[in-house]
Ligand binder design. Structure first.
Ligand code: SF4
Length: 132
C-alpha cells in the first residue's frame, strides 16, 4: 500500500477513501511526513514556510468527565475550579489579536453550566465577525 500511495501522490493522482483510511489508520509518521512534504513542494519552495499565530485560552477547568489521566479538572464546587469571567476572556482574546493571532483554541472542561445558550451569550459580541 505504501508504494501505491507514494506513486499516486507523487503523480498527483487522487487517492480513494479506502487509501485515505489506510493512511489515517496505518501509515507510519515517517511515511506521512514524506507524503505531506511531497504535496507541500507543489505549492511552496523548500525555503518557504507559512505559519499562523494561535492562542490557547483555558475557559474553565470545571469538568464532570473525570478522565483518568487528567490533572487539569476540578469537579463542580471543588476548590481551585474556575470559569473565566467574560471580561477576562475578552481581554485574553484581544491580547492574542494584538499579537497578530488569527486562531484561538478554547480548552475547557465539561462545565455543566456551560450550555449552548451560555456559549452563545459569551460569544455573542463576536458573531458579527463570523463568516461562512
Ligand atoms: S478537562 Fe478534558 S481531559 Fe480533563 S477530565 Fe475534563 S474532558 Fe477529561
Amino acid at each position: 500500500m505504501e508504494k501505491i500511495l507514494t506513486e499516486k501522490i507523487t503523480a498527483k493522482v487522487p487517492i480513494s477513501k479506502q487509501e485515505a483510511k489506510w493512511l489515517f489508520e496505518k501509515a507510519s509518521p515517517s511515511l506521512l511526513q514524506e507524503l505531506s512534504q511531497a504535496v507541500r513542494r507543489r505549492y511552496h519552495k523548500d525555503s518557504e514556510a507559512t505559519y499562523l499565530i494561535m492562542g490557547i485560552v483555558n475557559l474553565t477547568n470545571i469538568c464532570v468527565a473525570r478522565c483518568d489521566y487528567c490533572a487539569f479538572y476540578k469537579l463542580p464546587g471543588e476548590n481551585g475550579g474556575y470559569l473565566l469571567p467574560k471580561e477576562t476572556l475578552y481581554q485574553r482574546l484581544k491580547k492574542i489579536q494584538q499579537k497578530g493571532g488569527t486562531l484561538v483554541s478554547l480548552n475547557s472542561g465539561f462545565h455543566p453550566g456551560l450550555t449552548i445558550d451560555r456559549y452563545a451569550e459569551i460569544f455573542e459580541p463576536f458573531t458579527v465577525n463570523f463568516r461562512i
